[in-house]
Each structure stands twice: as C-alpha cells, then as structure tokens.
Design a protein around this ligand. Sequence first.
Ligand code: 3HC
Ligand code: NAI
Length: 650
Amino acid sequence: MTVHIETRDGIALVTIDNPPVNATGLAVRQGLCEAVARTEGDSAVRAVVLACAGRTFIAGADIREFGQPSKPPHLPDVLARIAGARKPWVAAIHGTALGGGLETALSCHYRIATPDAALGLPEVTLGLIPGAGGTVRLPRLIAADHALEMIASGASVPAQRAREMGLIDAITGGDLVSDALAFARAAADRPLPAPLDDRPPRPETAAGAFNAVAAKHTKRARGQRAPLAAIEALRNARTLPVPEALKAERALFQTLRDGVQSKALRHIFFAERAAGRVDRLEGIAPRPLGRVGVVGGGTMGAGIAAACLLAGLSVTMIERDAGAAEAGRARVAGILDGALKRGKLTPDARAARLAAFAARDTYEALADADLVIEAVFENLDVKHAVFAELDRVTRPDTVLASNTSYLDVAAIARATANPARVLGLHFFAPAHIMKLLEIVTPEGVDDSALATGVALAKRLGKIPVIAGVCDGFIANRIMSRYRREAEYMLEDGALPWEIDAAMESYGFPMGIFRMQDLSGLDISWAMRKRRAATRDPAERYVDIGDRLCEAGHFGQKTGRGYYLYGEDGRAQRSTETEALILAESARKGIARQPIPESEIMARLLAAMQDEGARILDEGIARRAADIDVVMVNAFGFPRWKGGPMFAGGA
Ligand code: 3HC
Ligand code: NAI
C-alpha cells in the first residue's frame, strides 16, 4: 500500500510509503483522497497525523509525470480536501519537505518537524513555481518577503529557522511520530484553526521588504522565467481573492511546466543523477576510502585536500620540500578558514579537520593511503616521476589518480607496474566548491578502481561524469574548441567584450575572454607553446593570445589581458587590445565585418555541439546528457538552456 492508515487511540496515522522520496505520484494522490474520506467518515478518529516512511517526508510532485498528461486526482484538489477537513491534520516532517511536499504540509492544520528537517519550495530550480497552492498559502503563514525569498530562490530552510519564521509549529525532541500523535491528541481538544485560505496574507517584515526581494530576484533572473512568475504569483496572493490567486498560480505553473526552460532544467536534474550510474560497475564494490594522499599543494592540490577534509576524510599532502609543504598546509588552512567565516564549519570542526591533515615532503608518508590524487605541474615527465614514486611507496591496492587537465592518463599510468589501478580524477577550480568531477578512464582500468573514483565523487558531494582518454577529456576539449571559435571571431570582426556580452546575454555568468583573464592567460600560452611543434601548419591559428602574453599581459593578475583592470579590479575595454586585434586582422588580410550578437552565440553553440558530437562518436562521453552536465557544471552554461546538446535537440 502506498498510503497506509492505522488508528491509534483516536488518532489516525496516515503513512505515505513511496520510495525513493515519497513523491506525490498518482498512487499517493489517490491514497490521500481515500485517507481524507476515511478519516472524515470514521467517528472514532479525532485527528490525523500525516507522516512518511523511509528517508524523507514528501520531496515534491513526481517530476517524471511532468512530461505526460496529468491524471486526476490533481494535487491541488487533493490538498483542498485536506485543507477542508473538519478534523485537524498534523504533518510530521523528517528529511525534506519540498515542493508539493511542503504544499501538502501547508494544507495540514499543523506542522511538526525533526531538528534536522529542511523545508523548501525548490520549483524555480526546475523552471517552475509551486503549483499546488504554495504561492498562496505560504504568504498566509510567514511574512510576505520571507515567502517570496523562499519561492524565488528555491532555497530550503532548516527546521529551526522554519520555526522562527512561523512555518512550523514545533520541533520534536524525541520520536517524531509519537510526538506528532501526542500533538494531534492535544489539537483534537482545541477548536479547529481557520484554514490558511481563510486567513489574510501576512505583512512584510519591514516596509518595502517585499519589493526589495522582488528587485533582487528580477536582477538575478537573467532570462529565466520562473523567478519572475514567482514574483507575479506572490503579488497575486496579496491582491486577489484566494480562489482567483490559486487559479492564476495553476495557470502560471502549467505554462512554465510546458515551456522549454522547465524541460531543460528537468533534463539536467535527471542527467546529473544518471551521470554517476555506470553499467559496468553494477555489483562492483569500491575500495575503502578513509585515507587520501594528495601530491602537490598548489591551487588544485590544496583545493582537493580541503574538499576531502570537509567530507571527513583524512589527508596527507606531499610537496617537493619542507617549504613547499608548509605553503601547501597554509593554503589548505586558508580554505578551511574561509569555510569557517562563511559559517560552513564550526571552530571545533575546523580544528578536527586540520587534525586529520598532514603536509609532508617524503613519499613514505603515503604508505597507508587508500587513494592518492596527483596535482603537480602539468608536465608529463614530472608526472611520470611522481607516479614512479607512488608505485614504490603505496600498497598494491591503493588507487592512483591524476588531476591532469589535458595529458594522456594512460601514458601517466605506464610509469607504474600496474596501470590498471590508475585513472584520472579531473577536478575544477576551486576544487572544494565546483561540483563536477570528470573521471577519466584509460582502457584496462580496473572496475574497482573506477568504482572508487565514483564513490569519492559521491563522498565529496560532487557529480561524477565518466570520460575517456583524449586531449582535454570532455570539458577542456569542448572548451578549447569554442574558445578557438571565439578567437576566430576576434580576427573576423568581433571584439572580446562583444563576444562576452553575447555569452552573458545567453545566460553565461561570464564570457570566455573575461574568464580567461580571471584564470590567467599564461596557462593556455604554456600549453600552446608545448604543442607548437606538433601543430598542423595548415590549421588556422590565432596569435592574439600569444601577443598579449608576450607583452606580459597575463590577465587580471597583471592588470591587463583581453581587458584592462583598474584599481577596483573592474574589467574595462582595452584600446591596446583592440588595436592589437585590428592589427592582427590586417596582418592576415581579413576584412573585418561586425558580427551580430545572435551570430556570435550561434557560432559558439555550433562549435560546442560539433565537438560534442565528435566526443560521442569517439566514445569519450557515454551520452549526450553527460556533455550537458559537464558544460553546465564546469563552464556556467545556463542550466535553464539544458546544455549545448539539449539546446541542439540531441
Ligand atoms: N520526482 C521524481 N523522482 C525524484 C524526485 C521527484 N520529485 N526527487 C528525487 N527523485 C528521484 C531521483 O531522480 C533519484 O532517482 P534515481 O535513484 O533513480 O536516480 C532518487 O529520487 C533519489 O534522489 P537523489 O539522488 O537526488 O537523492 P538525495 O538524497 O541526494 O536528494 C532530494 C533527495 C533532496 C529529495 C532530491 O532528490 C531533490 O531535491 N529532489 C527534487 C525535489 C524537488 O524539486 N521537488 C519539487 C518538485 S516540483 C513540485 O513539487 C511541483 C508542485 O509544486 C506541484
Ligand atoms: P600549481 O602550480 O598551483 O601547483 C602545483 C604544485 O605541485 C606546486 O605547489 C608544486 O610545488 C607541486 N609539485 C611540483 N612537482 C612536485 C613533485 N614532484 N612532488 C610534489 N609536489 C610537486 O598548479 P595547479 O594549478 O594546482 O595544477 C596542478 C595540476 O592540476 C595540473 O596538472 C593542472 O593541469 C591540473 N588542473 C589545474 C586546474 C586549474 O584551474 N589550475 C584545473 C584542473 C586541473
């Protein structure tokens, strides 16, 4: 039974059991209607507790149903029945009450939650707004601006905050269901509270607070429709009678649900969850993951070490000498301090994480490591030397990984006696924040080594994407390709800020030239110099980046790059760069033609899609959706466009 009812001492306990997350699919909706009918009709029942089995309270509507015609009873109708019940309903919340789940709880007369529960209306993250009364009922329970913030941001609030805002009535100290039953028993002795629909909207916390939140989310929307629809729905909730506000909410929800942005966001939602599923690993256990070694304590090594520490792993970092080890240790401590400042870590937790960390200058310290991740200079000889050392000092079952950006992982593996235990774990900077982890799998890599890489990603809260071996794997290979297209456009007639503006108006947080200035132009310059000898002389080559570097302009860190940077770090158009670009076009005999914004973006997208198709043909990526996951999570491709392959109709 998906919805089970038992009566205990005059209180009906209605339990939803719909794994994995108790989504309100058809069977749940039918079961809830049945529960209302039975409890209303049973004179032995004085009150009702609504709880969920398994790991969580209802996590929302069943997203898989959104692509299909919806079948009655519809959730708003089910919730209207609960809201209209003549006996008090108490929602007993554990885990997460999200979307339709929180809307179900809002239709109950009371809400009680465990201390670690979280409540939210994340519909905007799926390109939607709440469609079962959330925009109308939430602002009748909590302040108007708080309701708008929750709905327009999609962020959840923890139980304690929910209690302070008035979203829940109590936090349990003990067993949730027993406490909820006791709460319901007491509620049955009191008059039934007025349903939310009969109450007026709550005022804002301060004059102008609602409009301030609305202005913030309008600015952040950058072309996304759902946050704007959320604002409209919440304005309706304050100005229209409840039935009309509910009708308007439903209409907005349905339009959004059928629109391309929501389809794109649902595509990414499922693609991210599918990315870590690897058929060949079915039934394969990962190796233990307790002690991690990191070789190299620079930008990436420190970020990787911090990510592992924050996930509760112990980490030993190896650097070239005592001074470099100390510098690496300081970098890691700095990242943990940042987490402390942002409230992500308590002082005690910071001390405990640092106690699980050691920085050393001898490889012997890795003798008991379960997994070692190398993040030294991007140079094959240096990496070979490191892997030969790792082969010497580690246990035979230790998994060895390289964080190389472009190099051949199979070639790196050959420095060891057993290449089957070597793979690529390609993190993105900053490694303790960025969600993506490319797992680069040379042919012949052992299944349990691969399973260990996937398990590490999950342990770190990252999204694993499996990639084959090639120059740049999935992410950097596609990026190199569209960056080249962008460079062609510089010579053909566009300027860096025009290309960046086109990307930003498409939805990227930052254009490619601004992004290169930020990460430093010297890195790709070094790569180009390394490849110069093997480059096809017939291939079109744009020298502009090299010219900037030759002039010492490495980007923001040197105050100049494609842009000019003032004291405040703001990027300004550079007349010097413009002159350099015009001179390069002239030198190559190219008659510059202005390139309209739409064509700029069309050319960049075509480059991404073409390279994506090649990557699929070559088996470097397993599915088009994996490429979308990479582009969204590595390079800020707008999620609500679904990734380049989705946008191209793949
Ligand atoms: N519908 C269908 N399937 C869902 C789902 C949903 N709402 N939420 C999660 N799932 C599935 C996932 O696809 C996954 O399936 P898989 O095992 O086959 O890959 C499984 O449940 C477990 O999900 P996660 O891997 O994400 O598990 P976590 O424990 O990491 O996270 C969660 C759990 C926090 C509930 C997370 O899954 C989540 O955020 N889900 C989406 C919540 C959401 O957006 N709800 C709003 C839906 S829209 C709505 O309610 C409209 C309403 O207003 C009418
Ligand atoms: P970095 O120059 O900041 O750090 C490299 C560190 O390795 C230095 O601290 C150096 O002292 C140390 N090192 C060099 N040889 C060593 C050896 N033999 N033993 C121990 N330590 C040694 O470089 P960064 O940026 O951290 O890059 C490291 C690797 O990560 C490279 O392969 C790079 O391609 C890759 N990468 C870099 C990204 C980035 O955005 N910086 C993103 C993803 C991967």
